[in-house]
Design a protein. Structure first.
Length: 414
């Protein structure tokens, strides 16, 4: 893999953080970001086409459950690939984010690794051998128009859904709860030069930490072990010299020792002192701004703030200030809580003791390079900027507390 010159690194790296809707839909072909640097006419053109799937939690009832016999397991001898250094980079990013805000870190579980790596190879096989019009990266079901590379015809088939894959692998910690987060991206370079795989993995991990519903699943206090697969592939029907695909599959699980672990007081991510967050969220499934009319592709939000208080039955967040300390200006926000939850009565519904604060960045001029007319003309929060977040929190309709912290964004992501 060729190294990108340092002065181009931020532009290329952060082109990969769009989170496109999954859950039944595939990626939008060539619907990414092309960064144009007016100061460097020879800069490689890079287009991103990522998919990031929504989190899933599985809690089988029996510790020693037998593999499901509803669908046969494909025992193919196809070689399984993984980039362990890149997977470790993603794990480290998730673990650092957790420990920075008071949660336990994540240690590698080789059994969970095997499940994640196999599923990453399943997704790779699909995209390397077909151009799907409809594909949910969480599900290994047979799809009619690409039946030859999906379902049991895929040599890496492990189970219809995440719960099945855990059960079929006889993963013992599944009874304590596990989560699955997936990112897939394609880079295009007119010069055939691509970022190192561990750099891409770190970027993918940061993008997941900027997507509210994925962020929530990554910050479960009970999680203590992780298994991650990171694979590369050449996209079907594209010039292999100029296109490079990546798939990141990360699983986290609680264990017997941590299944009841919690946090005291008010938990947030980001929290005091966190640095290097992304500046913008361009899409997520489920859509965090559902029902508002906002199109995140053209009007992204900034790095969201996740608020949780496990010791409370109910919280009400108010008097929120999201301040740019460098420019001495306040950023408007949107609050998502149990009273205005766009996913009430669904699997994504927020409990009464959690909330999301979304910075609305429409008026900001945060892009640092010239953008083409078909691209978003604003890029979320400003890069490398410290933001102060403060709010009041009413606990169980009785006690009023105040929370305040600062965090710092990284380079602008496109």
């Amino acid at each position: 893999m060729a190294n990108i010159p340092q002065n181009n690194l931020a532009i290329v790296l952060f082109s990969a953080v769009f989170l496109t809707a999954c859950g039944g839909g595939g990626s939008d072909s060539d619907n990414g970001s092309t960064a144009n640097d007016p100061q460097n006419e020879t800069q490689e053109e890079v287009v991103s086409e990522p998919i990031t799937s929504a989190p899933v939690t599985a809690t089988p009832d029996e510790q020693d459950s037998e593999p499901s016999d509803s669908v046969p397991i494909n025992e193919s001898n196809a070689p399984t690939e993984n980039n362990p250094q890149a997977a470790l980079s993603a794990n480290n990013q998730f673990s650092l984010a957790r420990t920075s805000c008071g949660l336990g870190g994540l240690s590698v579980d080789t059994a969970l690794d095997d499940i994640a790596i196999k599923h990453a190879n399943y997704i790779k096989y699909v995209y390397a051998n077909s151009t799907p019009t409809s594909f949910n990266a969480h599900v290994e079901n047979k799809i009619n128009d690409i039946s030859g590379v999906t379902g049991t015809n895929n040599p890496f088939f492990g189970g219809l859904d995440f719960s099945d894959r855990l059960s079929n692998a006889n993963y013992r910690n599944a009874q304590y709860g596990a989560t699955e987060n997936i990112a897939q991206s394609v880079y295009y370079s007119s010069a055939g030069s691509f970022l190192k795989t561990d750099v891409v993995a770190t970027s993918m991990a940061k993008s997941l930490l900027a997507a509210p519903y994925h962020l929530r699943s990554l910050m479960l206090p009970t999680s203590s072990v992780v298994g991650t697969g990171m694979v590369l592939y050449k996209p079907d029907a594209k010039n292999p010299a100029l296109n490079q695909g990546y798939v990141l599959v990360s699983h986290a699980s609680a264990t017997r020792a941590t299944k009841d672990k919690t946090v005291a007081g008010v938990f947030t991510y980001p929290c005091q002192g966190v640095t290097g967050t992304v500046t913008a969220l361009y899409n997520e499934s489920p859509n965090p701004v559902r029902g508002t009319g906002r199109d995140l592709r053209t009007d992204p939000i900034g790095q969201p703030v996740y608020v949780s208080m496990p010791s409370a039955n109910k919280i009400k967040v108010s008097n929120i200030k999201f301040r740019d300390t460098q420019r001495n200006t306040n950023v408007p926000i949107q609050l998502i809580d149990f009273e205005n939850d766009p996913y009430v009565n669904t699997n994504y519904a927020l409990p009464a003791n959690e909330a999301f604060i979304l910075p609305l960045t429409d008026a900001l001029k945060s892009c640092e390079v010239k953008r083409s007319a078909d691209q978003s003309q604003q890029c979320g929060l400003y890069g490398n900027t410290k933001y102060q977040v403060s709010f009041d929190i009413l606990v169980d309709d009785k006690n009023l507390e105040n929370k305040s912290f600062t965090f710092t964004t990284g380079n602008v992501n496109y």
